[in-house]
Design a protein around this ligand. Structure first.
Ligand code: FAD
Length: 450
């Protein structure tokens, strides 16, 4: 592929396959590609291409939480066997506990008689509480991407659409290398800095709201050999844990069969300001200093100090999120994953939502009722099914960040309030039913097209 692939046409009455362009080959784009591959194997009349700006697919070396909902989507995408080989499964622990929350600050531990435990998150009855190394997870998906669909060094710079139902090319994509590609559907899986979003939502959303918003929370991340951390803080290192405190918190969980501990330390700036604070650098990951990283943790427990000491390279990650958008689909173009509803990571749901959406969208696009003239109907159904859920996850993740850092204005670090809140907030996220969502979507699509 190097030039425009030509205008869509019918061939002696035979229905042409629906051409789907996926822009972005991160977790979301690859999950969608695998969903579409499954549907092709089942006989769906679709073709797809992935356009990735980078010279190869890549992910960072860090952990990612994959809760029961995303675990279910992974199973529905047919990946349960390879995924299970990579994932650390928390449910296997007989305690029935998924996560433990502990006080991070020393005076809170003392007030609690020296016990730092605040409470626990029990495992959801359906199970599937897993965590995985991100790059290993991506590699597992890459291995299953069919030949001839991945296009690298293809940075989308713009696209144009024709009106609904037009016989012309529904979507034309333009790349930085001067080439273009014609498709019936464009799925923007191009992440939080999406190039597609400003064009798709132009006129519907104020220009300043289309850009990612700096949340004034930064984090520092590392991976540490588990045995090293067990030697320092004891067996408790092996369990997924959040250490909570004022404007700071630390998340740790095991990955790689429990051999590695993933560490993320969060610091939020909540000093009042009269106008939004912009992140000053183009890059959202900048080199930080140890002094800066350690500021504000002086009163934190010895265990927390040990965990923070393990962060040898204090790179600072600026966390951004998106505004609520009125829609995630316009004509033959839709947003998926972080491009649609990038969220703070506190509920471990960003990638999870991308994978759920990938399963649902691939199932809708495989409908035999679709062709280039009505494919926009599938995207409207996708929006109907996914918009409220992904936007809701974003809102509740933001709220949780405040709860974890005693800044929510109601609980403010009260133990009973924390336990009640933290034990009740996950069921709706984890209880997602992918098959039911798709069945509902296909029925809605049929109704729209009848
Ligand atoms: P991305 O991973 O950003 O992929 C976008 C892809 O598009 C990239 O490959 C990029 O190169 C490509 N691209 C961009 N622009 C273009 C263009 N113009 N043309 C072509 N290609 C382009 N989620 C969880 O579910 N659980 C967790 O525990 C969790 N922890 C997190 C911790 C932190 C600190 C952070 C920051 C996030 C966390 N997340 C977590 C969120 C998760 O990382 C993201 O939601 C997820 O990676 C989004 O996937 P995506 O495919 O939508 O976007």
């Amino acid at each position: 592929m190097g030039t425009t692939n030509g205008v869509h046409h019918t061939n002696g009455g035979a229905k042409q396959p629906l051409r789907i362009a996926i822009v972005g080959g991160g977790i979301g784009g690859l999950a969608l590609a695998l969903g579409l591959t499954n549907r092709q194997r089942e006989g769906a009349n679709i073709t797809f291409q992935i356009f990735e700006a980078a010279p190869q697919f890549k992910e960072i070396g860090a952990g990612v939480g994959v809760g029961p909902n995303a675990f279910q989507a992974i199973n529905l995408l047919g990946l349960s066997e390879p995924y299970s080989k990579l994932a650390f499964t928390h449910d296997e622990d007989e305690s029935g506990i998924y996560f433990i929350w502990r006080w991070g600050e020393k005076d809170r531990v003392e007030q609690n008689g020296g016990d730092d435990v605040i409470g626990t998150t029990p495992c959801f009855s359906k199970g599937g509480h897993t965590t995985v190394h991100r790059a290993e997870f991506l590699d597992m998906m890459i291995e299953r991407i069919p030949e001839g669909v991945a296009n690298f060094d293809k940075r989308l710079v713009s696209y144009e659409t024709t009106p609904e139902g037009s016989k012309d090319v529904p979507v034309r994509l333009h790349f930085a290398d001067g080439t273009s590609y014609d498709a019936d559907v464009l799925v923007a899986a191009d992440g939080i800095k999406s190039v597609v979003r400003p064009t798709m939502l132009a006129g519907q959303v104020r220009a300043q709201d289309l850009k990612p918003r700096f949340t004034r929370t930064v984090c520092y991340r590392t991976l540490v050999p588990m045995e090293e951390m067990v030697a320092k803080i004891g067996e408790k290192a092996r369990k997924g844990t959040m250490y909570l405190g004022k404007d700071h918190h630390i998340l740790t969980f095991p990955i790689q069969s429990g051999k590695t501990m993933n560490v993320v330390a969060f610091i939020s700036d909540r000093t009042p300001t009269s106008k939004p604070v912009e992140w000053p650098s183009e890059s959202w990951i900048v080199e930080g200093s140890r002094e800066e990283m350690m500021t504000g943790w002086e009163n934190w427990s010895d265990d927390c100090q040990q965990i923070l000491q393990a962060i040898k390279q204090p790179n600072k990650w600026a966390l951004h999120e998106l505004a609520d958008f009125p829609t995630h689909a316009v004509v033959n173009v839709c947003l998926m994953g972080d491009s649609a509803a990038a969220t703070l990571p506190h509920q471990g749901q960003g990638a999870a939502q991308a994978i759920e959406s990938a399963y649902t969208l691939s199932s809708l696009l495989a409908s035999p009722l679709l062709d280039s003239s009505n494919a926009h109907e599938a995207l409207q159904v996708y929006n109907e099914l996914r918009h409220a859920r992904t936007t809701g996850v974003k809102t509740t993740s933001n709220e949780l960040g405040c709860v974890l850092e005693f800044a929510d204005g109601q609980i403010n670090g009260d133990k009973d309030g924390l336990v009640k809140n933290l034990q009740s907030r996950y069921e709706w996220m984890w209880g997602w039913n992918g098959e039911a969502e798709v069945a509902k979507g296909l029925a809605l699509l049929e109704k729209r097209l009848s």
